[in-house]
Design a protein around this ligand. Structure first.
Ligand code: AMP
Length: 112
């Protein structure tokens, strides 16, 4: 999508600190981290929320979660980590391209 910052990162038009990439997903460091480790995992296909999932997108998302699980120790997340997906503006979603926040590297408190 033309005006989507994550699509531009995926296309290499905007620089990012990539930690993993394959045909379907990209994982890179959040530019404004709220935890010692704060990564973003994005599908390369543009859509906004899980309301737009179809079978193929759900399979990609499942593979993304598997990747996160297998790569977490090498990201410095071996003590545990939190996955967050903000869905829509009221939940705090600011970039309308589905993404999974991966937070950890330190003890995390819980709040809304
Ligand atoms: P959300 O508020 O859930 O939509 O999350 C969007 C996240 O994208 C925020 O945590 C931002 O800090 C992050 N972000 C925005 N622009 C960039 C960028 N150019 N590179 C890396 N992370 C970004």
């Amino acid at each position: 999508m033309q005006d989507c910052i994550f699509c531009k990162i995926i296309a290499g038009e905007i620089p990012s600190s990539k930690v993993y990439e394959d045909d379907e997903i990209l994982i890179f460091r959040d530019i404004d981290p709220i935890a010692r480790v704060h990564l973003l995992c994005v599908p390369k296909e543009h859509y906004k929320t899980v309301a737009e999932l179809n079978a193929a997108r759900a399979e990609t998302l499942g593979r993304a979660l598997q990747k996160i699980g297998s790569f977490a120790p090498s990201f410095g997340l071996d003590g545990g980590y939190r996955l967050v997906m903000n869905q829509g503006e009221a939940a705090g979603q600011t970039v309308p391209h589905l993404h999974i926040h991966i937070l950890g590297g330190e003890p995390l408190s819980w709040g809304k």
